[in-house]
Every structure is written in structure tokens, then in C-alpha cells.
Design a protein. Sequence first.
Length: 109
Amino acid sequence: MKLTVQHLNVRSTDEIDSLVEARLLAVSRRRRIDEAMVRLEERRHLSPPFRVSMHLVTPGPDYRVEAVEHSLQAAVHKAQAALVLQLDRRERQPRKSRSAPRKCRPPGR
């Protein structure tokens, strides 16, 4: 898994980076992740000030989540919970079958 973490108005610390990596590794046990792009930002003028967005590139559809909280750690936990929820929903959805092509009517009838 290729991991890219962007920090906007947030100091990069081993604690936060390790937390992000651990949360993504937990998700990767359920679904293969080819690439993960994570954005950590502090928006001082807004409440709650911390925003975490994640974009996971996987075989099949990609996963995108966003979480806003009053602490960066809580926002990371909330984003990971949203990823797990998306995984659960997509696993429960029935897959569409493409085995039989649709027949079209000839024009003019």
C-alpha cells in the first residue's frame, strides 16, 4: 500500500502518522488497498477545527470519506469508522450480473 499523508496547518508527528497508518492497516485486512491519500487539516476559524479526508484506491470502486471533530485523533477514528461502514454496505449490496446481453428492438416497428 502506498500511503500519502498531507498536513495542512497541522504539525506532522509520529503519534498522528502512526495512528493513521494503524487505522488504514486495520481496514486493509478486509479490503486490499493499493494507494491511500490522507489529508489532515486544522481549520482554526471553524468549529470543529480538525478535518480528516481519506481516499483509498482499491480494486473495484474507490472509497472516500471525510470526518470533522474537535481533536485530530477523534477525526481519524471517525474517518476509519466511516470507511468500515462503507465496506459493510458495499459487501451487503447484491452484485449486478452482466452475463446476458440486452436485446434491442429493430427500428421502425
